[in-house]
Design a protein around this ligand. Structure first.
Ligand code: 5AD
Ligand code: SF4
Length: 473
């Protein structure tokens, strides 16, 4: 049993003092010039990164910056990066590259790059060498240090590259600027101990550490009191929650505690690891009032040899058994998964096993990925990498198989009435409003501005592989 990993109170207080200093500096600037300083936050990657960015934005606001959606208007640009696949890194670097000319126009602008990508030494060096207009670089473990880094940068006028911190902590009490007032992310733990052989996460986010259950309960209670309707608990591997806590509270216990909170809201969680998605967890879910009947359970591959080489610690039999138990307890559960195609050495036959597992398990939705070698991970060092054209062809076959299944899973919903939390005018089809069902499926309908953030009664009239279409009733 480890000790608590909370950031010492003195460190939090030091950051609060830096926040106050920056705020005074920004207010003095406004008093002197009549101009307000703005901050722009750009996020790549997963929900954990979205949640981190809400803290970056919260700190920026507390320091007196007004948040903006326009990078050209910003005095502080924060780019929160992802490292999960090469594509995410390339995109972040290309956008940072575009900020060069913004900085040329406004030399007082501070450009900060943080998050998973720059928690890798080689990327940090690359920014140092080839992006001289980037002022601040800090990894995931140093997120809470933004106020200090900014103060130092402004005082000394020098570029700062924060060394990787080896003591990974849990920083409580940071200000949060939530992007929505009815959906919220709540991180319950940070880091990952699993070292799946393809994955960079354990290297850039450090070892698992859980937040104290009391802090999580308080945060969720507060969100519910403020009218939040949909709350997603986040962790790289939420089923490991509590393994480092002295009081023996595991993830199922945490869910049970949160389920006792009164109010009209749904709880979700991600991501679960099949090796420790326990019956206890499924039982708590099945008997809960607030936990959405939705489960994201990344399978990664449908072949046992590949799963072994991925270091996943379960086989397809165990996976199938967990799903069977889940469906026995919650027949209407929505099940989603992640699949990687083209893992090193994956043969045509092994890939076919994955397709066969899709047919057998029948996911409602799938997040499919082409394997991307990540520097420093065991799988990246293998010599039997799959050629890009083979990976792409497998990817297309995977999508075709899954699309047919998703359509068959959605079709029976036609004629059903579902409760949908409305997200306002759809970003992909602005003639319609969109929302999410309890199973987290996208629903399109004709709405009104008042529907945003509210539950609407939705009648499904049509379904395709990706969404439900219908009307309010
Ligand atoms: N290449 C491709 N996909 C990856 N994932 C993680 N690492 C890689 C990689 N190197 C996928 C996994 C994981 C999801 C978040 O991203 O499927 O579950
Ligand atoms: Fe990566 Fe595996 Fe951890 Fe998920 S469980 S973050 S895939 S190492």
């Amino acid at each position: 049993m480890n000790e608590r990993k909370d950031l010492p109170r003195a460190d939090t207080e030091a950051q609060e003092a830096y926040i106050a200093r920056m705020r005074a500096e920004n207010e003095a600037h406004t008093a002197g010039t009549g101009e307000t300083r703005h901050a722009f936050v750009l996020t790549f990657g997963c929900q954990q990164n979205e949640a981190d960015s809400e803290k970056l934005a919260g700190m920026a606001k507390a320091m007196g910056y007004v948040l903006t959606d326009a990078p050209e208007e910003a005095d502080l640009i924060l780019v929160n990066t992802c490292a999960i696949r090469e594509h995410a890194e390339k995109k972040a670097l290309s956008i940072v590259g575009q900020y060069k000319h913004l900085k040329a126009k406004k030399p007082s602008m501070v450009i900060a790059v943080c998050g998973c990508m720059v928690s890798q030494e080689h990327r940090k060096n690359e920014l140092k060498r080839s992006y001289p207009y980037v002022d601040l670089v800090f990894g995931t473990a140093s997120l809470h240090r933004l106020p200090q880094l900014l103060c130092e940068k402004i005082a000394k006028g020098k570029r700062l590259f924060c060394p990787e911190e080896t003591a990974y902590t849990v920083a409580e009490g940071l200000p949060i600027h939530r992007a929505s007032d009815y959906r919220a992310w709540v991180s319950v733990m940070y880091g990952c101990n699993n070292f799946c052989s393809y994955c960079i996460v354990p290297y850039v986010r450090g070892r698992e550490r859980s937040r104290a259950p009391e802090a999580i309960v308080r945060e969720v209670e507060d969100l519910v009191a403020k009218g939040y309707r949909d709350i997603t608990l986040l962790g790289q591997n939420v089923n490991s929650y509590g393994k480092d806590l002295a009081d023996g509270c595991d993830f199922a216990d945490l869910l049970a505690r949160l389920d006792r909170i009164e109010g009209d809201f749904l709880l979700r969680f991600m991501t679960s690891h099949p090796k420790d998605a326990s019956r206890k967890l499924i039982d708590v879910m099945a008997s809960s009032r607030h936990i959405a009947r939705q489960f994201h359970l990344p399978m990664q591959s449908g072949n046992d040899k590949v799963l072994r080489e991925m270091n996943r610690h379960y086989d397809t039999a165990k996976y199938t058994e967990t799903v069977a138990y889940m469906r026995e307890k919650m027949p209407d559960v929505t099940l989603t998964s992640d699949i990687i195609v083209g893992f090193p050495g994956e043969t045509e036959e092994e890939f076919s096993d994955t397709l066969a597992m899709l047919e057998k398990v029948r996911f409602d939705m799938l997040y499919s990925f082409i394997y991307s070698p990540r520097k420093g991970t065991p799988a990246a060092a293998r010599e039997d990498q799959i050629p890009p054209e083979v990976k792409s062809a497998r990817f297309e076959r995977l999508l075709a198989t899954q699309n047919a299944i998703a359509l068959e899973k959605n079709q029976p919903l036609v004629g059903k009435r579902l409760r949908v939390l409305c997200d306002g005018v759809s970003k992909t089809n602005n003639a319609l409003y969109s929302g999410r069902t309890e199973g987290n499926k996208i629903a399109f309908f004709e709405g009104t501005p008042e529907d945003t953030g509210k539950y609407v009664d939705f009648l499904v009239e049509r379904a395709d592989a990706f969404a439900l279409y219908g009307r309010k009733v």
